[in-house]
Design a protein around this ligand. Sequence first.
Ligand code: MF3
Ligand code: CO
Ligand code: CO
Length: 269
Amino acid sequence: MNTHKGRLTKDGIRIYQASDFEGMNVAGQLAAHILDEMSAHVYPGQTTGEIDRLITQMVDEAGAVSATIGYKGYQHASCISVNHVVCHGIPGDKVLKEGDILNVDVTVIIDGWFGDTSRMYVAGKPNRKAERLIQITHDALMKGIEAAKPGNTFGDIGNAIQVYAESHRMSVVRDFCGHGLGRVFHAPPNVLHYGRAGTGAVLEEGMFFTIEPMINIGRPETKVLADDWTAVTRDKSLSAQFEHSIGITADGCQIFTLSPTGKFHPTYG
Ligand code: MF3
Ligand code: CO
Ligand code: CO
């Protein structure tokens, strides 16, 4: 139980109260439920714009607010990043084709609390390389989450992700990171998905943040396209990402964005 209401650590990281976990869980569960529902809407011939339209409608019908519509001029309720798009793909007229892999990233606000999560989908069936990338990226996030407990550092989280991904000869994107969140979308710290064990701020009960590793089959470098949002791999290699919002508890963490129906990792029809 944390009694220091509104406390910031020396690194500027907010320590939330025990009673704040419930608000985060409500927001996280809506974001996860929306992603669960999207599984049925990802197939060859579908457009990314239609998926975003369905998400917008679900956010609206839930009485929630999209955190991304209007954020720095962004105009959509989701980011949809296909194949070599690393993150911040803009939904639109793009038609999915057999074997495309995509990340759908949704952030909702309920009662002022932010729930931010993303996961991978496949239009049809992935090829073996794509399936392996998705599995390793999912497992890399879970390695990071296993390291998310009081007394460990943010460097321990990044290191766990990096060691795991690189042991499978994949690379970790350096240009984007996870972030603190809670009553705001993006707050300190930057949660790096690489690094050295034992470095960085020490994790404390009551910290809320995302872990959202982007893993590439090829090299880690990215570039942002002329639309000022879409980030792609420079070498055009495939990229994958999974994201959870979590809160540090007395002995580990609570995952606010767990899938209500166990659909976080994709299955292939
Ligand atoms: N949801 C993204 C994240 O994980 C942020 C998207 S901002 C947007 O932090 F404007 F591109 F939608
Ligand atoms: Co995020
Ligand atoms: Co996100």
